[in-house]
Design a protein around this ligand. Structure first.
Ligand code: CU
Length: 123
């Protein structure tokens, strides 16, 4: 009997580990709101980025607002490597970053230490 329990526990653990590493984890994604030929999206910074992915329409001027709600040093800066942007989010509650939408593409962003990641998709 004890052996069966050990076996069941072992199988459950292995299933859990496999799911963790290979399972498709849902990523939060949000389409920017368009108004008056401008589009804006808000990313809440609190223990990570929410949503992690922002989708923008190509050709409409875009602003992504980072709403800072985290007090850890880790997330204090947001870095868009491709755009050469490195902003301190702690100076004001909301930091607006303009994203070029003239062509389709992806712009990854991360915290200053490259631990938390998100991305902006233009399509
Ligand atoms: Cu960090």
């Amino acid at each position: 009997m004890a052996q069966i329990i050990v076996l069941i526990v072992a199988v459950a653990l292995i299933t859990g580990i496999v799911w963790w590493f290979f399972g498709k984890h849902e990523q939060s994604s949000e389409q920017a709101a368009v108004a008056n030929d401008q589009q804006t999206a808000t990313v809440v910074v609190q223990g990570g980025y929410s949503p992690e992915e922002v989708v923008l329409k190509k050709g409409i001027p875009a602003t992504v607002n980072f709403n800072m709600k985290d007090s850890t040093a880790c997330l204090s800066h947001v870095v868009f490597d491709k755009l050469g942007v490195n902003k301190d989010l702690t100076k004001q509650p909301v930091t607006s970053i303009k994203i070029p939408t003239d062509k389709a593409g992806e712009y990854n962003f991360a915290c200053g230490m490259d631990m938390f990641h998100g991305k902006v998709v233009v399509k």
